[in-house]
Design a protein around this ligand. Structure first.
Ligand SMILES: Nc1ncnc2c1ncn2[C@@H]1O[C@H](COP(=O)(O)OP(=O)(O)OP(=O)(O)O)[C@@H](O)[C@H]1O
Ligand SMILES: Cc1ncc(COP(=O)(O)O)c(N)n1
Length: 267
């Protein structure tokens, strides 16, 4: 049989809830073969980040080349990229290999507050990576940091999405996990129209890695040939199931349940 392939370029989370680990589990659950390039090793559990050990830009480039030269890919996502050097290395590989299905999750700060992107790397994210992306999936604080727009309403999300699109990214999906109220409203802007994907907010502390899981689910759906809108719908259902069927691991912000979606017979 043949398989669709997705690659994640992200940090390792030893606790298994976010980063590379969340991405690969999500790819697997959605029936896509997953490969990876690790940008940093984090010593991390549900209570927080205890250490960050970045890889060299050269090591990241070699991992990307090794995968592409032999295995190939149908879609690629980025997560924690940590530094300007790593962002520039990833951007130059995307260009060199002419990759168009690029999903950028602009990971900045871990749930517990640890920085996963150096402050000075924000410029490279905006000017080198966003113009190469098919989709960018910021949460509300990330969308505020990229756009400079304070977000308190759906209208604010629309305004921020337009500013983010002006950096050259084709689709902007602002996630609503940080919304106030009992709904989570994810907003997609494709350069012309706005689409919303609304979920019931689940009252739980176990939301570690929701953003990674969401963008990985979008990446898998795009690798399988889905449109960005179909991918957003799939990702919303995947994360809703994963949070709803929580698995209660660890003493802090626990991971979500990556196998809940398949267990519900969704794929
Ligand atoms: N408590 C919740 N109940 C239902 N859906 C949620 C909840 N929290 C987040 N989501 C959904 O999960 C997805 C990820 O959104 P979120 O804004 O949490 O990303 P994030 O902050 O980048 O996540 P993380 O930093 O934990 O990886 C979105 O579809 C969002 O609507
Ligand atoms: C390696 C890595 N990548 C991403 C996140 C973001 O996830 P969260 O905001 O849930 O901490 C993380 N904690 N660790």
């Amino acid at each position: 049989m043949t398989a669709k392939k997705a690659m994640t370029i992200a940090g390792s989370d030893s606790g298994g809830g976010a980063g590379i680990q969340a991405d690969l589990k999500t790819f697997q659950e959605l029936g896509v073969f997953g490969t990876s390039a690790i940008t940093a090793v984090t010593a991390q559990n549900t209570l927080g980040v205890h250490g960050v050990y970045p890889m060299s830009a050269d090591a990241v480039e070699k991992q990307i080349d090794a995968v592409i030269q032999d295995i190939g890919l149908d879609a690629l996502k980025t997560g924690m990229l940590f530094s300007t050097e790593i962002i520039e290395a990833v951007a130059s590989k995307i260009k060199e290999h002419n990759i168009t299905n690029v999903i950028v999750d602009p990971v900045m700060i871990a749930k517990g507050g640890a920085p996963l992107l150096q402050e000075e790397a924000m410029g490279a994210l905006k000017t080198s990576l966003l113009p190469l992306a098919l989709v960018v999936t910021p949460n509300i604080p990330e969308a505020e940091a990229i756009s400079g727009v304070t977000i308190k309403s759906v209208e604010d999300k629309e305004k921020a999405a337009k500013v983010i699109a002006s950096f050259g990214v084709k689709n902007v999906l602002i996630k609503g996990g940080h919304d106030e109220g009992n709904k989570t409203i994810d907003l997609l802007y494709d350069g012309e129209s706005f689409y919303t994907f609304t979920g019931q907010r689940i009252d739980t502390k176990d939301t570690h890695g929701t953003g990674c899981t969401f963008s990985a689910a979008m990446t898998a759906a795009i690798a399988k040939g889905g449109s960005v809108r179909v991918a957003a719908e799939t990702a919303k259902q995947f994360i809703q199931a994963a949070i709803e069927d929580g698995i209660n691991i660890g003493n802090g912000h626990g991971p979500t349940n990556h196998w809940a979606y398949k267990k519900r017979g969704k794929c």
